[in-house]
Write a protein that binds this ligand. Structure first.
Ligand SMILES: [Zn+2]
Length: 171
């Protein structure tokens, strides 16, 4: 059995780019430390949009182009990119949750726990945590509170509460 750490959307546009926040910048070192210390497999997700972003449903609701594939803002933060080795998979996803990630974890068959860290607590972290829980009801799903940040401090706190109610361990 093995443990997996999912590093969600630690991309420049969410840290110091188009949708960056001070709260996001403040967790980068914590996430890097979690990656270094993790005993198990580490995977990453990247929010990935294209030139048609403003015509997508996400773009109509949030008309701020970000994480356009190939741009600087789409890249992982440098402090995480330097820690990433070739065996660490990246899941590029068209919007919040990654079905490919959940299917990959389920297909593995040996995953005992999934731990999530990254951005944003209230959008992509909660979406992926609940998606993984749905795919793998007998797998423990955890979220590292100090390695997440929300769009606002209030929505970060709300998302942690919502995940707690859904039996996701906030640690
Ligand atoms: Zn997006």
């Amino acid at each position: 059995m093995k443990n997996v750490l999912v590093v969600v959307d630690m991309q420049k546009d969410f840290i110091d780019g188009a949708l960056g926040t001070k709260a996001a910048a403040a967790i980068v070192d914590n996430v890097a430390q979690a990656v270094r210390a993790f005993d198990g497999e580490v995977v990453f997700t990247r929010d990935t949009h294209h030139d048609d972003y403003l015509e997508t449903q996400e773009g109509r609701n949030l008309p701020v182009p970000h994480c356009i594939e190939g741009t600087d803002g789409w890249q992982l933060d440098r402090k995480l990119e330097v820690l990433r080795t070739d065996d660490m998979k990246i899941f590029d996803k068209p919007t919040f949750g990654s079905v490919a990630l959940a299917a990959y974890l389920k297909a593995d068959g040996e995953v005992e726990s999934v731990t999530l860290a990254g951005l944003c607590t209230d959008i992509c972290v909660i979406s992926n945590a609940l998606l993984i829980k749905a795919y793998m009801p007998e797998t423990e799903v955890r979220v590292l509170e100090r390695c997440c940040a929300g769009v606002t401090p209030q929505s970060h706190a709300n998302a942690l509460e919502a995940m707690k109610m859904c039996q996701i361990k906030i640690v």
